[in-house]
Design a protein around this ligand. Sequence first.
Ligand SMILES: *Cc1c(COP(=O)(O)O)cnc(C)c1O
Length: 391
Amino acid sequence: MTLREQSADLPATSALEHVLLTPGPTPIHPEAMKALTRVMLGHMDPEVFKMNSAIQHDLRVMYGTEPEAFTALLAGTGSLGMEAGFANLVEKGDDILVCTNGSFGRRMAEMAARYGANVRLVTAPLGEAINPADVAAHLDGVQMVAVVHGETSTGVLNPVPEIAEIVRHSGALLTVDAVTTAGMEPFYMQDWEVDYAYTGAQKCLSAPPGLAPIAVSERAFARYAARKTPTPLWYCDFEGLRDYWIEHTYHHTIPVNLHFAFEAALRAALEEGLPNRQQRVRQMGRAIVTSLAPLGFSHYVKREQDRLPTVLALRLPEGFDDAGVRAELRKREISVTGGLGPTAGVIWRLGLMGESARPAPYRALMMALEDILGADGLMRRYEAALEAQGL
Ligand SMILES: *Cc1c(COP(=O)(O)O)cnc(C)c1O
């Protein structure tokens, strides 16, 4: 009996097998799944503090920070990581420059404004990366620059190393949204001199949603320490986080079980090796594009260097029934995400983060598409493309 048959008496939404190809959340890593069932411990347990130290160490490796950088997990999703940065590092009246070439950049701008910042925007046409020269042109008097590394809404990779080079000489802090990059794409917090970075557990690390791993530079801590007013967000106040993560005193109850799963997922990522993960994403991306191109799918992001490898944005073929095909896929327990706002009905955004960047889940997609679209030869093309990529 297959898992699917065993679950036949459950409603469809409880199916035991589901192919999650969304740009987050991603399928949970098997080691993380196992860790979720560990016996519960208290948040002040010595074993939990030991685990937290191991997580902090592994996060420094993942983000490429200096050895003194503060790392921690926030009890919330990636957006809490974003909000905590602005809450702790922005004060009323600060001038903040936000790069906004997609919906997550706009979310950053909105948050910065809510914490009292005067927000300056640098934008780029949809599907294009931010031009570092535009950042340079608006940098005068700015206390912080904020940029999304991989813009999930359009599949665009912003040139963070080049932007960082410009910001470095200005004295401004640099906040980077690393949600679709850290753990899967090159990310060098120390070399680039990034001051605050965050991601979400359910993206590149394939851990359950509900944790936001953050990294804070010493420079950012100094800025925080010089605040004239306390951080308005008590729950994520850097000092409160330090009390728990370093001094081991109570601040709030951390979600211990999520920490178990996160520790296992992060360990598995580092054991696989970050360069191997970068290679895996690229090989999978090429195999998928090679397979789908004859059906009329093409890269949405025109310039190759602007393409985010972990979120493959593909323009749909002429006359393609986006909603209809995705509904058919969902009936077969396959989730695919379309565009957002102006790109709705125009693109698909295929997730290649963490465990979704594997041959098997995309084999399920190709098999289903061959059937739904009557696309003879799609499976054969996919298998050949995988082989050509050495997968
Ligand atoms: C998913 C995502 C977020 C927000 O994360 P949530 O976990 O949904 O709160 C922020 N930035 C980017 C680039 C993302 O892809």
